[in-house]
Design a protein around this ligand. Structure first.
Ligand code: MLT
Length: 246
């Protein structure tokens, strides 16, 4: 069986047809989504902006919490920010509506025209790689970037996941692998900057902003590789799509 591995380095790139896309926002939205399920959350609805989030909460009722950020900090009136360490300390709410500056937007873009979408980060890298291999043959990582621009940490994390898929594919019947230019680039970046993701994230533009905001500890948490087996997936809904796990 032949696998094709592709990588989109900013979500505005034209996306080819894929069976499965892995959305990567290492700092911090895809880590936050993974941690949400790891710490007891059961349903997450991603949405594009905070006005929509408030509207959805008014419709959904009191059992729903608002989670997310703008400029890295909790949106005024929300219940949780976008800090995975906050979730580890407080525990995750059961149900949340989530909006972030880039990660939730990248997820909604990736979900358009692709049957299977997974949430991937460093913490669940190997589990997400295996899940994707079991979900189709044409697989693409989607790096969320920042404000429409390239983010080094998302590209490097994507390259790590692609390398894991290459290593694991034969165990799922893969006999031939093709890599696009995007995938080759992401892997080359991983080979250059990995495996010390914490140092890379500290130096990255977004990492420096997070440190200034006092979220330096989040970076170490986000940079841990393969510490979680949780792979959240996107589920289409009649009214809203949602993210679930398990
Ligand atoms: C985003 O979606 O841009 C991020 O997750 C921002 C953040 O670090 O909170």
């Amino acid at each position: 069986m032949k696998y094709l591995f592709d990588a989109v380095l900013v979500p505005s790139e034209t996306m080819d047809t894929h069976d499965c896309r892995l959305v990567v926002d290492l700092l911090r939205a895809s880590t936050q989504m993974t941690t949400f399920f790891e710490y007891g959350g059961s349903k997450l609805i991603p949405c594009a902006d905070s006005d929509e989030a408030f509207r959805m909460k008014a419709e959904a009722g009191p059992g729903w919490m608002l989670m997310g950020e703008r400029g890295g900090v909790m949106v005024p009136g929300f219940d949780y920010g976008n800090s995975p360490l906050e979730l580890t300390r407080r525990g995750a709410p059961e149900n949340a509506i989530m909006t972030t500056s880039n990660g939730t937007k990248a997820l909604l873009a990736a979900a358009s025209g692709c049957p299977e979408v997974r949430i991937a980060c460093a913490r669940n890298a190997e589990a997400a790689a295996w899940d994707a291999l079991c979900s189709g043959r044409r697989i693409c990582t989607v790096a969320s970037g920042r404000n429409g621009k390239f983010s080094i940490e998302d590209a490097v994390c994507s390259g790590m996941i692609i390398e894991k898929m290459l290593a694991l594919a034969p165990s799922n019947g893969g006999t031939e692998m093709e890599l696009t230019d995007g995938a080759l680039t992401a892997m080359a970046l991983w080979h250059h900057f990995g495996p010390d993701l914490a140092s890379l994230c500290m130096e990255s533009e977004h990492g420096r902003i997070l440190q200034e905001l006092g979220f330096g500890e989040d970076i170490f948490f986000c940079a841990e590789i393969d510490s979680s087996a949780v792979v959240p997936y996107y589920r289409r809904g009649e009214k809203y799509g949602s993210i679930a796990s398990g």
